[in-house]
Design a protein around this ligand. Structure first.
Ligand SMILES: Cc1ncc(C[n+]2csc(CCOP(=O)(O)OP(=O)(O)O)c2C)c(N)n1
Ligand SMILES: [Mg+2]
Length: 335
């Protein structure tokens, strides 16, 4: 094996390991939810791993990342420690937001990971604002924002694309088109379902990619990120993917034909990439088992640490509150 092929093989195995970490983390999170250790909302990223993993490697540590509420995979791929994410989901003080944000609000300024946003479409103007700040400060960072097909129906999608193009802002818009916004299929809320084609209306370059294929995502994301860096202009990449679990833990998932789910399941990104690497002679059973064991140990350690961690002390409850506690005079505002 030449040095170049060895490096390519290592890279592929790293992609596989990242996707497996997300998959096993999500499966464990579902179990912790059923046992009552995780409460509130929980949206799993199972089936969509190739999108976050394929994209994140094309960004530098100085770039900025914004995600929607299905954000565990993005946070893991961005390098937030698994234990910190799990603790956050357990509502513990050792979580990345000291347990105040939970599953939908993972956040880490040091890693330039700005959410986790529960409001559909809210991630888009946030990303435009971050990119505007970077442009004004003449920074070379770009901002990548992940959003769902459901966000395309929001006004913020159009406003954000328009302003990013008008003000020439370095935003990589990454639409995770998994065909559904809760129970609403894309063709029931969009007159024109080719999401990337909508970018033309704002003069923004765009492409679509198979979001189940991590290599394809990586190649497309690299081109897209390079375009944003080289031109300073936005780019819209639509990754066509599928969530293999229900929308959230509350969703009975009765709106999707079984054959449809099965056809996407057959192409699920972790197993299909592992099969491909086996066929190429880059992965064998021993390696796969070792990988599974390493990931299982990391997940188990994250759960144990989260379970043992304290909740935030009561004395800290008013920490970070912006509103003063003094009574406000009613009708103090003239007119
Ligand atoms: C502004 C707003 N409207 C409605 C909701 C309720 N809601 C939560 S998730 C969701 C669907 C979003 O679908 P999509 O953007 O495709 O993301 P996916 O769940 O498929 O990842 C909706 C409508 C919300 N959170 N925010
Ligand atoms: Mg969706």
């Amino acid at each position: 094996m030449t040095e170049a092929t060895a490096t390519a093989a290592d890279h592929d195995l790293a992609l596989l390991a990242q996707m497996l970490r997300i998959r096993r983390f999500e499966e464990q999170a579902a179990e912790c939810y059923m046992s009552g250790q995780i409460r509130g909302f929980l949206h799993l990223y199972v089936g969509e791993e190739a999108v976050a993993v394929g994209t994140m490697g094309c960004l530098t540590a100085e770039d900025r990342v914004v995600a929607a509420y299905r954000d565990h995979g993005h946070a893991l791929a961005r390098g937030l420690p698994m234990a910190t994410i799990m603790a956050e989901m357990f509502g513990k003080a050792t979580g990345c937001c000291r347990g105040r944000g939970g599953s939908m609000h993972l956040f880490d300024v040091g890693r330039r990971f700005y959410g986790g946003t529960a409001i559909v479409g809210a991630e888009l103007p946030l990303a435009v604002g971050l990119a505007l700040a970077d442009r004004l400060q003449q920074s070379s960072s770009i901002t990548a924002v992940f959003f769902g097909d459901g966000a395309v129906a929001e006004g913020t999608f159009h406003e954000s694309l328009n302003l990013a193009a008008l003000w020439q802002l370095p935003v990589l818009f990454l639409c995770e088109n998994n065909l559904y916004a809760m129970g609403t299929r894309l063709d029931r809320h969009q007159a024109m379902t080719d999401i990337h084609a909508k970018a033309a209306g704002y003069g923004i370059a765009a492409a679509a990619v198979d979001g189940m294929d991590v290599r394809a995502v990586e190649a497309a994301a690299r081109e897209a990120a390079e375009s944003v860096r080289d031109t300073g202009m936005p780019f819209l990449l639509e990754a066509r993917t599928y969530r293999l679990r229900a929308h959230s833990m509350y969703d009975p998932d009765r709106y999707r034909p079984r054959e449809e789910v099965a056809s996407w399941q057959a192409r699920e990104p972790v197993a299909s990439f592992a099969d491909r690497l086996r066929a190429e002679g880059r992965l064998d059973d021993v390696h796969w088992q070792r990988l599974e064991q390493e990931v299982a140990a990391e997940v188990a350690a994250a759960v144990a640490a989260a379970a043992a961690a304290p909740v935030e002390p009561e004395a800290d409850l008013t920490r970070d509150l912006l509103v003063k506690a003094e009574p406000v005079e009613v009708n103090a505002c003239p007119g």
